[in-house]
Write a protein that binds this ligand. Structure first.
Ligand SMILES: Cc1cc2nc3c(=O)[nH]c(=O)nc-3n(C[C@H](O)[C@H](O)[C@H](O)COP(=O)(O)OP(=O)(O)OC[C@H]3O[C@@H](n4cnc5c(N)ncnc54)[C@H](O)[C@@H]3O)c2cc1C
Length: 245
């Protein structure tokens, strides 16, 4: 409440405490509302953009093996495609990329559950230790967890139990688990993205390290990186890979 009254938070926080949904959620003190929050259906966005690129003949589905990349006098060549520069956007796999394996990733595995909660009937996302995000048809995404040791993409019983415990603490109503997924976030030591051109190879660049906030950070920094590549504008020093070179 104190924060919502400060000037810099006026655009982001409602100032009233809401007492609603208390028959369904454990809310002994009500809740505060964040303004302008939204959910991007990332898989839908990526599929649509992929379709757009395919229609324009600008998409090749393949594994890019760095050993097949040839640095030429004018740029790079890969499978008979010539370009001025290649930008690697490989997520945590960049740790195996010989050009960028010096970047200090601290990958963090995360897991989510998809649960059906017919009686919840909420359009807002809830954030209370975990998030509960409505994705339609009475289904909610519940997450997430952090694990820095097991970096496989396999869902684990440990994370499932953790999320169930949190959800049981939060909800007063029944739910049914319908799916369980895992992924590895490309998180970074100083929690800032890795963006820039290789200091010794002007033909090779990287756009990575979006960590826990890819949806939020990638559009902003993609625009900045394009400006840098096309018009030689400055990259934010906080995200420039040169900070580690
Ligand atoms: C459980 C969980 C919850 C999350 N929640 C949020 C959230 O609410 N909001 C948010 O903003 N972010 C969230 N994130 C983080 C978000 O997913 C990441 O920031 C984002 O995925 C990073 O995008 P990226 O494209 O850099 O890497 P990735 O999404 O990892 O994509 C890299 C791609 O490159 C491909 N690839 C790798 N190597 C090669 C190669 N040699 N050749 C060809 N292809 C290759 C991979 O197959 C992959 O498809 C979450 C992550 C997890 C795990």
């Amino acid at each position: 409440m104190a924060k919502s009254e400060t000037e810099e938070m006026q655009d982001y926080m409602e100032s009233d405490v809401v007492h609603d949904h208390e028959d369904k959620i454990q809310l002994p003190f009500g809740y505060g509302e964040i303004k302008g929050g939204m959910h991007i259906e990332m898989s839908k966005l990526l599929e649509s953009y992929k379709d757009y690129l395919i229609k324009n003949d600008e998409f090749i589905e393949d594994n890019c093996d760095c050993n097949e990349l040839i640095i030429t006098a004018n740029g790079v060549e890969w499978k008979n495609i010539q370009a001025k520069c290649v930008i690697f956007c490989e997520g945590v796999s960049t740790q195996q990329n010989p050009y960028f394996n010096w970047l200090p990733f601290v990958p963090a595995k995360g897991e989510i559950l998809l649960v059906k909660i017919p009686k919840l009937k909420m359009n807002q996302m809830i954030n209370k230790g975990i998030f509960v995000l409505p994705v339609g048809e009475e289904i909610y995404k519940v997450g997430s967890t952090f694990d820095w040791d097991d970096l496989s993409n396999d869902p684990t019983e440990k994370a499932k139990t953790h999320l169930i415990e949190k959800l049981d603490d939060l909800l007063k109503i029944n739910y049914e688990i319908i799916d369980h997924k895992a992924g590895v976030r490309p998180t970074v030591k100083d929690r800032r993205p890795f963006i820039g051109i290789h200091p010794n190879h002007q033909e090779v660049g990287v756009f990575n390290g979006m960590g826990t906030k890819g949806a939020l950070l990638a559009p902003f920094y993609a625009k900045q990186f394009v400006e840098h590549l096309e018009n030689n504008t400055e990259l934010d020093p906080e995200v420039n890979i040169l900070r580690y070179f």
